[in-house]
Structure formats: structure tokens, C-alpha cells
Design a protein around this ligand. Structure first.
Ligand code: KIV
Ligand code: ZN
Length: 403
């Protein structure tokens, strides 16, 4: 299922996946060429629109990985990152030589902090470098994205200036990153509105605005959605939200949000939601860690219920506690976990699934023993339940035989 199937009339938000670039450059996430290729194929099947495969000038390995991905992937556009320098842009263009559809992604910091301490250049130099590098990149590719790094901490007038220069130089996408995860949804959305309003050429020339959010304050997804509500039509994100420091906006959360709350956002993506869990799993196998159990959409507990009240509600009607089916995002079916918070409804349900129908009195008796066991043991498995039945059988001789 894609959300395109439900609401084909809703405008589409492009999904720019940067798992293989921003994600890969974070601790514990580096990938070999073969691993990047495996991920690239999974992302293609998932339906991402743009796939950022790496930073070509960073290393020979990264260059080779981008080239291999560009040869292998036919559906998504393949992007290669470059600083605003000729040698970076040349390397990016060469790495994309065999791409079906290529994008050069040029970035240059726009905040005074970065200009002064990291790049040691003036605002004027930054404007000149932006114009030159975007113009040059356009001689090598007809699709060029420009990112003013640290956009959210940049002087607003200067941000507008640098974006204007990039648009006039031929940038086809303008991505305004919240590089350090500092922004709030209100501020981030307002920044997009202001830039759009002060540079009419963005809309007049069909330049796509893009969000790129880091999760330092846990707001990456909320900020990305705020940008989209302010007119951005591309979201940069990663599988499982991996990325620098606290990570990037999680692709699965954004795609599921636009699907589950299509009534609110009136937007869609081209993501095949049923493949979300498989892609998350593929990434988990490649890098050194998986998502936390309580991670939305792809965490092990995303569709698990332990408390008695929730389990009772789920058995009566899953809508009580689930806003999407696990199947819709490719997860295993709802899991009612038996533990010390569970009630009789879930116990009866599980025992029946195991082939044991108990009278209310029998159930109550087994339930008391179950609670006592659950107080001592974190996880209760089917064997434990069967043990409880045999135990009862042993004492009273009333229960059916346990096979
Ligand atoms: O976070 C950031 O600013 C980036 C840019 C290179 C787009 O990753
Ligand atoms: Zn980033």
C-alpha cells in the first residue's frame, strides 16, 4: 500500500533519502560498497524519489559506492554531495556519470558562526562562492540542489540573499537545513514561508523547497512536517532516523504520518508503506544497532501491548489502541505480551490460541498463578503458560491433558 493509492489527488511530497550519506557518516553506521548497494536496492523498492548515495570527494570508497549505486539504481534520482568548490563538484559529477537521473547537491554554510569560525570567509565571499559553484554545477547537471548549511541559525536577511543567489545561478532545489536540530516547528515553518514570500522566483521558476532536520531536541519529524505545511515539497530523511549526533528525521515516521493523517495534511508520498519494516530490518542488519524498541513504526514494541486494559481493548476492537494496522507498515501482527500488567482477557485469548478452553473458574485459578509467576519473571512464554496448566492439572486433576 502506498498513500498514493488512497488519495491520488493530494499533492506529492518528494522523499529524499540520505541514509547512505548523512546516516552513514554517523558513528557505528559506516557501510561497505556492497552494503550500500543492498540498501540502495531496498530504498528503490521502498519508493524513495531521491537517494543521496554519499560524498564523492570524501574518500575513494565513497566515490566508488556512489558510482556503483548510480549504475545499479534506475528508479530514484541519485544525488552526490559536494562542498561549494570545483574539485568537489567535479568529483560529484564524475561519481554520477552512469546515473539514470543525477543530482549534484552543493552546500555552503550561511550562519555567521560557521562562516567566521569554520570557513573563515566573509558573507560577500560566501555569496560569490555560492553563485559560482551552483552555476558551475549546472554546467555538469541539470538538477542541482543548494543547501545553506545551518540555515536556521543564519541571519534571516543573509539567508534570503544566499538563497536568491543560488536560485539565480540555477539551483533547482533549495534545501534549508536545521543542521543542529535547534529550531521549533513554528520557527522552521515561518522560515520557509518568509523565504518563499521574499523570493518570488522560487514559485515562479518551480524551484522545490526542501527540509533537512536533525533530531537534537527530538523535533526533526515535527519540524520537517512544519516545513511541508509552509510549502516545502521535499523532505530529507533517513531510515530509522540514523544520522549525525541524534540523527535525522525518520523516513518511516514522515511517510506514515502523511498516510495515517491524510485527512489532516492532504498530502501523500510515493513510499510503499508495507516495505517500511523490511527496509528498517535490512539497515539494522548492516549497521551496528537497530531502532529502540519504542521507536515509532519500526520498533519491536510499536505494535505490542502488555497492560491488561489495553489488551482487553485490543481484543474488543484494535482501533481502541492502534491507529494503523501493523500489516500496513509491514510489521508482524499485533503482539499481546503476557506480563504482570496483563489481564484475564489476554490470558484466555492466548490459552485458546494454544488450544485450551477454560471455564471462568479454571481461568481465574490459572490467572492467580500466572500473576504470581509474572511478578518473578519479565517475559512469560507459551511454555510457561503450559507449565501453569500442568501444574494445575497436577494439583486438582480437573484440567484437560496438555499435549
Ligand atoms: O545537516 C546539514 O546541514 C547537512 C547538509 C550537508 C545538507 O547535512
Ligand atoms: Zn544533515
Amino acid at each position: 500500500m502506498t498513500d498514493t493509492m488512497t488519495e491520488a489527488t493530494h499533492p506529492q511530497v518528494l522523499i529524499f533519502d540520505t541514509t547512505l550519506r548523512d546516516g552513514e557518516q554517523s558513528p557505528g553506521c559506516s557501510m561497505t560498497i556492497e552494503e550500500k548497494l543492498t540498501m540502495a536496492h531496498a530504498l528503490e523498492e521502498l519508493g524513495v524519489d531521491i537517494l543521496e548515495a554519499g560524498f564523492a570527494i570524501a574518500s575513494e570508497g565513497d566515490f566508488a559506492a556512489i558510482s556503483s549505486v548510480a549504475r545499479a539504481v534506475r528508479g530514484p534520482r541519485v544525488a552526490s554531495l559536494a562542498r561549494a568548490r570545483r574539485e568537489d563538484i567535479d568529483a560529484a559529477a564524475r561519481s554520477l556519470e552512469h546515473a539514470n537521473r543525477a543530482r549534484i547537491h552543493v552546500f555552503l554554510a550561511s550562519s555567521d558562526l560557521h562562516l567566521e569560525y569554520k570557513l573563515r570567509i566573509s558573507r560577500e565571499q560566501a555569496l560569490a562562492q555560492t553563485g559560482e559553484s551552483v552555476r558551475y554545477a549546472r554546467t555538469l547537471a541539470d538538477d542541482v540542489e543548494f543547501s545553506p548549511e545551518d540555515a536556521t541559525r543564519s541571519d534571516r536577511d543573509f539567508l534570503v540573499e544566499i538563497v536568491r543567489v543560488a536560485v539565480e545561478a540555477g539551483a533547482t532545489t533549495i534545501n534549508m537545513p536545521d543542521t543542529v536540530g535547534y529550531s521549533t516547528p513554528e520557527e522552521y515553518g515561518a522560515m520557509f514561508r518568509e523565504v518563499r514570500q521574499r523570493i518570488p522566483a522560487i514559485d515562479q521558476c518551480g524551484v522545490i523547497l526542501s527540509s533537512h532536520c536533525h533530531d537534537d531536541l527530538g523535533l526533526a519529524v515535527a519540524n520537517s512536517i512544519a516545513a511541508v505545511q509552509a510549502g516545502a515539497r521535499q523532505v530529507e530523511c533517513t531510515i530509522n532516523g540514523i544520522g549525525e549526533r541524534a540523527g535525522n528525521a525518520a523516513l518511516e515516521e514522515i511517510a506514515a504520518s502523511f498516510f495515517v493523517r491524510a485527512d489532516h495534511y492532504h498530502l501523500r508520498t510515493g513510499i510503499h508503506l508495507k516495505k517500511l519494516n523490511a527496509v528498517s530490518h535490512t539497515l539494522r542488519q548492516i549497521i551496528s544497532f537497530g531502532p529502540s524498541p519504542n521507536k515509532a513504526i519500526v520498533g519491536a514494541n510499536a505494535f505490542a501491548h502488555e497492560s491488561g486494559i489495553h489488551q482487553h481493548g485490543m481484543l474488543a476492537n484494535p482501533l481502541c489502541y492502534e491507529i494503523m494496522t501493523p500489516e500496513s507498515v509491514g510489521a508482524d501482527s499485533t503482539h499481546l505480551v503476557l506480563g504482570k500488567h496483563s489481564g484475564r482477557a489476554a490470558l484466555r485469548h492466548r490459552l485458546e490460541a494454544l488450544g485450551h478452553s477454560l471455564s471462568p473458574e479454571e481461568l481465574l485459578e490459572v490467572y492467580h498463578r500466572f500473576v504470581a509467576l509474572a511478578d518473578r519473571k519479565k517475559n512469560i512464554y507459551d511454555q510457561d503458560l503450559i507449565g501453569l496448566l500442568t501444574h494445575r492439572d497436577h494439583h486438582s486433576g480437573e484440567m484437560a491433558r496438555v499435549d
